[in-house]
Design a protein around this ligand. Structure first.
Ligand SMILES: [Zn+2]
Length: 490
């Protein structure tokens, strides 16, 4: 301090230390209500946090940095948040489209044949693919298996992991549209226990990069007493609940047959609707049910691409937001969505909502970009930690190369087209650099913390093994995909 005071008296700028200094970017802080644009912007990072955001001229003079990243010609944004996804399903990309019953006709056979080893190969593929497309926070939802959280830790991304809790026998999902599930209560108990053990181990692990939610898979997939116990555990351990809610016909039928109620009023009746709940899909939610969810403080996960492809439906996210509810965007999975790039998700969200409302003003580019960053963070309960580039927030940020042909021309002033181009013309392949918790994970489009070629080879072999295993079961000769192939269509 004494030394600094001395320098100040001599008229020399006080030098502050930064670990990483980002200079000359088109910085979008996403703070406030819009995109928070800073022309020729800079970000100073100390440890895992953002120390300061400002003009390059100012921060370059103030800071001495261990590493400087030149972001000239690049947009600098908070890392993108995928608020709902199932990473192991990356192995099933492209095998489950264009069918009337996604779960039964397309997905169930592959889920049956999944093993923990195959699941890990899927997760590894998913995480690297999404990281290269700018996803820094993964709300991953699957039965916990060895190596799942460890891989997130190793790569260095941020994850909010949800171990699936259900009381279903393995084959139940395939028949769910026809008969009332018989619950396997012992399986439910085991899943609750596994979820709690996982939460004990991983909540705030990896220097806080990994956190956990409890995941009752859907209101129809656990008996009511087990649902209530999960909720009590969530309260006791201050965990959020990540749950599929009102996600389709199957759930709707199950709830009507078992309780004579729809999912959302049922959840309200057992005390599930509050700030602790992150409810995903709401495919079948009515206006009054949306209002009830918002009024209770619950937030919503919107998976536009997946629900569009699986159901041909646009979930009521515009209404949710209009009522003041928080909505995060999710890819759901490579099986349901095929693309797990958040750029794809932002574009589909804007497009589908414009179509369904017959109004091009619905969900403008800046708004869906907020849903993938600041709003998404708020929806999943991490609004104080990530989602914007502001002092004190975690240093999770991405650089998008604005000199890519598909993002050209880049206009800054007096007309600025950067945000519309990112959302409507971006793909995710333009991501040049990714920083999470102050650590550079991708630089020059190359992943520094994992071997991409290895992961790709392993995923290819695992997917081929999964297919062989699916086809060994004679029940699967009727797969919709095989029928389309026999007809010469695929
Ligand atoms: Zn899901």
């Amino acid at each position: 301090l004494g030394e600094h005071a001395g320098l100040k008296q001599k008229g020399v700028r006080v030098s502050r230390r930064a670990d990483v200094l980002v200079l000359h970017g088109h910085v979008f802080t996403m703070a406030g209500n819009g995109v928070g644009y800073v022309e020729d912007g800079a970000v100073a990072i100390v440890g895992d946090r953002i120390q300061e955001v400002g003009q390059s001229s100012q921060l370059a003079a103030e800071y001495e940095a261990r590493k400087t990243l030149d972001a000239s010609g690049k947009a600098v944004l908070p890392g993108l948040i995928d608020s709902h996804t199932h990473s192991p399903e990356a192995l099933m990309r492209g095998v489950a489209q264009d069918v009337p019953d996604y779960m039964e006709k397309a997905m169930a056979p592959f889920v049956r044949a999944m093993t923990p080893e195959l699941a890990l190969a899927g997760t590894r593929l998913h995480v690297l693919e999404a990281l290269k497309a700018g996803t820094t926070l993964f709300m991953d939802y699957c039965p916990p298996y060895a190596g799942w959280a460890e891989f997130y830790d190793q790569v260095g991304v941020r994850a909010r992991l949800t171990p699936t809790i259900n009381a279903l026998a393995t084959d139940t999902l395939a028949d769910g549209t026809k008969v009332l599930y018989e619950f396997d209560e012992a399986a439910g108990e085991r899943a609750i226990e596994a979820g709690l053990v996982f939460a004990d181990r991983w909540q705030r692990a990896a220097d806080g990069r990994i956190t956990v939610m409890l995941g009752p898979q859907a209101p129809d997939m656990l008996p009511v007493d087990q649902l209530m116990r999960v909720r009590e555990h969530a309260q006791k351990q201050d965990l959020m609940i990540h749950m599929h809610v009102a996600q389709g016909d199957r759930e709707h039928r199950q709830m009507a047959d078992r309780y004579g109620m729809r999912s959302i009023p049922f959840l309200d009746s057992i005390g599930y609707l509050d700030e602790r709940l992150f409810g995903v899909h709401l495919t079948e939610a009515t206006s009054s049910e949306v209002e009830l969810m918002v009024n209770r403080g619950a937030s919503m996960g919107l998976c536009s691409g997946a629900i569009g492809l699986i159901d041909g439906i646009v979930p009521p996210a515009a209404e949710y937001r209009r009522l003041g509810g928080a909505v995060g965007l999710g890819t759901d999975s490579a099986t349901s969505n095929n693309s797990i790039s958040m750029f794809n998700e932002m574009k589909l969200t804007a497009l589908f909502n414009k179509l369904s409302h017959r109004d091009p003003r619905t969900m403008p580019a800046w708004e869906v970009l907020r849903m993938a960053t600041a709003e998404g963070a708020r929806a999943i309960g991490l609004g104080d930690t990530v989602g914007t580039l502001e002092q004190g927030k975690q240093a999770d940020l991405i650089f998008v190369d604005l000199t890519s042909l598909n993002l050209t021309p880049m206009l800054e002033a007096p007309i600025r087209n950067i945000v519309p181009n990112l959302v409507y013309a971006g793909s995710g392949h333009e991501i040049d650099t990714v920083v999470v918790a102050g650590r550079v994970l991708v630089e020059g489009r190359r992943i520094l913390t994992a071997d991409e070629a290895d992961v790709r080879r392993e995923a290819q072999a695992a997917a081929e093994e999964l297919c062989r295993s699916v086809l060994r079961d004679p029940r699967h000769s009727e797969l919709a995909l095989l029928e389309a192939m026999r007809a010469g269509l695929l």
